[in-house]
Design a protein around this ligand. Structure first.
Ligand SMILES: Cc1cc2nc3c(=O)[nH]c(=O)nc-3n(C[C@H](O)[C@H](O)[C@H](O)COP(=O)(O)O)c2cc1C
Length: 167
């Protein structure tokens, strides 16, 4: 898939086929997330693949909008390493760039994904840190739910075609 097709046809996918999805493919796809730009080239991201269903069930109960997780094949917990961050205010932008690269790479391999927002909800971030016993310096940022998807992609209507102007 070429880059522009990937950008325009990527969709959030919340229903997954009952089709094997090997963890090695998720590991391979996460390599693409590591190439994203980041402030001061900090690359402070840290990714965990959540392999156990019981953990996906736990996560699905942390936030109301995460109910697809028990039916996903894998979930990825995207975190950042506080010790590697020089300017904390740029962290959301760095993480966004990296996660978007991962979503596009997944789409290229026809793997369905949906970004589940977590940061900056401190109570839920703490719950997740404690559950997975994350090191002190590692802060959870977002979850990505993953599984094989069918070949029909939902349409996407852009909300406003006048979002781009020249000053
Ligand atoms: C920061 C962020 C948080 C999101 N959180 C959730 C979520 O908790 N649950 C969910 O089902 N989708 C979540 N999404 C996915 C959005 O709902 C989705 O991107 C949006 O509806 C547009 O659809 P599309 O991704 O198919 O273009 C999130 C997306 C972003 C960028």
């Amino acid at each position: 898939m070429d880059t522009l097709t990937a950008i325009t046809t990527r969709r959030s996918i919340r229903n997954y086929l009952d089709e094997e999805l090997d963890i090695s493919l998720i590991q391979e796809l996460l390599r693409y997330a590591l190439y994203a730009p980041s402030a001061h080239n900090e690359q402070a991201w840290k990714y965990y693949i959540i392999s156990k269903k019981e953990d996906r069930v736990f996560l699905s109960e942390v936030m109301e909008f995460w109910k697809m997780l028990p039916n996903a094949w894998w979930a990825v917990l995207a975190c950042f390493d506080k010790d590697k961050v020089r300017s904390i205010e740029f962290v959301p932008q760095d993480m966004w760039a990296s996660i978007q690269s991962f979503l596009l790479a997944a789409h290229d391999k026809w793997i369905g994904s949906v970004w589940l927002g977590l940061y900056p909800h401190e109570v839920e971030m703490k719950k997740i840190s404690e559950h997975f016993k994350l090191p002190e310096n590692v802060a959870p940022f977002a979850i990505i739910s993953l599984g094989r998807k069918n070949w029909e992609l939902p349409d996407k209507l852009l909300k406003d075609e006048w979002k781009i102007e020249v000053l």
